[in-house]
Design a protein around this ligand. Structure first.
Ligand code: EPU
Length: 441
């Protein structure tokens, strides 16, 4: 899929965007449903997201049935079926297919799945921490011929320390420990809001999970079954901050609706306040008003991405785009996914000076106006960075492989249209696009 991005003239200086539930909250919830008997209900669900659609296909293959309506999905689990292995043609739709090792394997006693997908960031994303943890929890683990197979042996009391507070490994081990007869203590856990949301859901379903976010410890007392429950998804903190950054880049006053709390946004929002950004928050209405229109100029950012409550790696490419309109140089270090830099080569095609240097990303103020370019989305957030950069260029840009961005941003074209002209190119428009591409190449 290709997008044509053109700068918007006579731009209104006010915009309104509604924020739906978070992709990274939704996916672990979906993959927890193999553990839950009966009909589970999730609301505030971005049903159009490509990662939701891919997850639905996988879970349907396991025998779960989905009923969708507006922003709601009900998932019925009347017992899992598994005819043979789950092939990689299905599991590669999302990295979260790995969560079946924690949920479906524990519920049914075993599972064999193809390798997971998700953003690659230019090299294979490891899942050794998932497998090390599952082995520690007494699972028999095999990886051979492109399949990961897990067999549950018997429940044991166990204390396991993760080598790194991985979001995925923490999630998987919590899922695996939830059903059983023993106590599992997990140390050095990730405590991202999406994990807390999953724990709250599982506890609503009858699980016994306690979490100490300060000391990164989770204690799971196994229970024999989980009953169905209902949960409203937390808003997508990465989408919220993406649109806040766009409001700053385009000097807009932005009303964000559906922002139920600022708690999860503190670190990134505070870093923008330090640049001079002001905002109002109406908690009862869930409205966050960003005064991007009152910003004259701001300096380059200095920041380091760390596990939550540190600065999120998912915002690294997004915040790097602020460097394009800042008035001094900035640096960003990513200590969570340092290899997340492939998008920089695309951004430089616009004439921007953003580069990987000294194990960090260096952003320089623009000397000459950026020109339009043909760019390719390397991954979800890096793809969004390309779109954002194109919106401040002086001329049209074409962004290919844009499906990547639709994996994680819902209502994308409408939301972007507040800041830029954006056209989803259909086949017949490709010819015109090719002409533009020749102009911008
Ligand atoms: N890691 C390992 N081995 C593992 C697991 C992780 O070496 O077994 C390394 C990874 O290579 C990475 C770091 O640990 O360098 C962090 O990985 P983590 O497991 O925490 O990430 P994840 O669970 O694979 C989730 C999000 C990502 C987000 C990261 C970090 C979901 C579906 N995905 O991935 O979101 O970047 O946590 O916060 O929740 C995105 O939305 O664009 C996205 C990539």
């Amino acid at each position: 899929m290709k997008l044509l991005i053109e700068p918007k003239q006579n731009n209104l200086n006010e915009a309104q965007i509604h924020i739906n539930g978070a992709k990274n909250a939704l996916l672990p919830l979906l993959f927890s449903t193999p553990l839950v008997d009966g009909k589970t209900s999730f609301t505030n669900v971005p049903l159009q997201l490509k990662d939701y659609q891919g997850s639905k296909k996988i879970l349907t293959r396991l025998g779960l049935t989905f009923e969708e309506g507006q922003d709601r999905v009900q998932i019925l689990n009347n017992g899992l079926v598994q005819e043979g292995d789950l092939p990689s043609s299905l599991t590669k739709a999302t990295r979260c297919s790995l969560y079946l090792l924690g949920s479906a394997a524990k519920k049914n006693g075993h599972i064999a799945i193809g390798l997971p997908g998700g953003c690659s960031f230019g090299r294979e994303r490891r899942f050794d921490l998932h497998l090390d943890g599952l082995r520690a929890l007494n699972a028999e683990v095999r990886v051979e011929n492109g399949l990961i197979s897990i067999r549950h042996l018997r429940d044991i009391d166990v204390q396991h320390t993760l080598a790194f507070p991985s979001v995925g490994a923490t999630t998987n081990l919590i899922l695996y420990a939830t059903l059983g007869h023993k106590e599992v203590i997990l140390s050095n856990c990730a405590v991202e809001p999406e994990i807390i949301n999953l724990i709250n859901f599982l506890n609503q379903c009858g699980a016994k999970i306690a979490v100490d976010t300060i000391h990164r410890e989770v204690v799971v007392q196994g229970v024999t079954s989980l009953h169905a429950s209902e949960m409203k998804l937390i808003p997508d903190r990465i989408q919220i901050m993406t649109y806040v950054v766009l409001a700053m880049m385009h000097k807009k006053r932005l009303h964000l609706k559906g922002v139920t709390s600022l708690g999860n946004l503190q670190t990134p929002l505070q870093s923008l306040v330090e640049l001079g950004l002001t905002y109002d928050y109406q908690p009862k209405e869930g409205i966050l008003i960003i005064h991007g229109d009152q910003l004259t100029s701001f300096k380059g950012l200095e920041m380091v991405c760390q596990p939550y409550p540190g600065f999120p790696t998912d915002l690294q490419p997004i915040f790097a785009m602020l460097g394009l309109v800042a008035n001094s140089a900035g640096t960003i270090k990513d200590n969570v996914i340092p290899e997340r830099t492939a998008y920089l080569d695309e951004i430089m095609k616009l004439g921007a000076e953003v580069m990987y240097k000294d194990r960090g990303i260096l952003t320089q103020p623009i000397n000459e106006t950026l020109k339009g370019a043909a760019m390719c989305c390397t991954d979800l957030r890096g793809g969004m960075a390309c779109v954002m950069a194109a919106s401040v260029a002086n001329g049209p840009s074409i962004i290919s492989n844009a499906d990547q961005v639709f994996r994680g941003y819902d209502n994308l074209l409408d939301n972007l249209s507040h800041f830029m002209h954006v056209t989803h190119l259909e086949k017949e428009q490709m010819v015109t696009a090719l002409n533009v591409q020749n102009q911008v190449a």
